[in-house]
Design a protein. Sequence first.
Lengths: 120, 321
Amino acid sequence: MATMQNSLTAVLERNAILTGEFATEPYEVAWAREARWFIRILDLRGTETHLEAKTQISPDGLRWCDLDESKISLREPGLTSRPVREFGGWLRLKGVVSGGGKATKDGAGAKVMIYLVLKS
Amino acid sequence: MTSANPGADASRPARPGVAQWSDPNLSRFNPLQRILVFDAFESGTHGWVELLGNYDGNANLDTLDDHMHDFRPPQLSSCQFFDVGTHGAMSGTYALKIATRPEAGHTAVAIRRLTMAARGRVQFETYFTYKAEAASEENQAGLQAGATTWDGNIHPSEGQFGALTVATDIDDGVRYHCVVRYLNTDMQNQMRRQWVYPGVPEPTSRERVAGKVKLPRRADFTAPNPEDWHPFGKPQEFCYNEVPTKVNWHYLRWLIDTRTRSNVELQVNDQLYDMRDVPVPTYDEPYGSLHNLLNFYVSVRTHSNVRNFVFLDSILISVDW
């Protein structure tokens, strides 16, 4: 009997307001062959606020390096997705939220949902 | 309150028999007559999912309780560590990992949602292990609260594991929680190694919406006031196995009775606790939408700024109905 393949969607950030440098919590993905980020920006706070992030990988969940040179750069609310390939045993998203214009009272911030969708 | 059950012997549970001996995956368990679920995490999450609070009719997640919006998604873990690579699970490669953030007071919770087809005995069994995160340049765990001096035997990280909890949410017209917690350390990071239970029911979203309760983000959602937790039985020493990267699987068997809304007994390895006199907190007011609710959750709470992990190899829930 054929075995159904596995899939798992993890919500790594839920209506979280990211400011400055951020990294999602380490997530184990050794079982998965496919991975895909979905980043939903619900709101951007501040002036000319933008979120930039890279996929990071790790051999142990403790020490991280960039997967490659590709960068996610977001300047508007909405949903964005990126596939991830050949990632080993761990994934996280590391980035920064910054503003280019006049500082506001609360500074630059991005309210986000971050999903990691995995398939075997 | 350690067991005085006549004939009770933790090393020889009272229910041998049936066909489980022919199945190596089941032979390590001691199920009641009907197996309701058998969750071997080698094959997926089996319905164990992050616990989340309740939200409004507009699906606005900002309306979640502050202390119930970030219990972290469970992970299918190969128990991978910096020193040895893949440790693997007790059976196969993968276990279910429940992981906190590295923030003192943060709790991670995975829940399994069922309902009851009848009343009677319900038994939860699992093989589990528990760890605090190993130190790194980034997490600076070695400098965080709870770390003790390394003497070559007891590792500083053992005092940085807070608590693990196995609990239920049950509603038969009356809503109640049977709860057991292993308090490895208290909030002052002192070793306790004590089984405890809460004397009050868990605060609910309805109580928050009604303005009766408002808890901060890192509140202990099961029972926020440490004074509401009470010990039962004698302290129990687990097998942390010296360092944060060696995992030894522990057997846990917990029996409750939904006919009497009561605890019955808890077995963890060779320790058996008679729980028949351990109170079960109930809600004074009825809840809607929960008829025959039978939820189990496993949580882990860190008492230091260090990630805490509970790994579950497999879970078996059986009933006598």
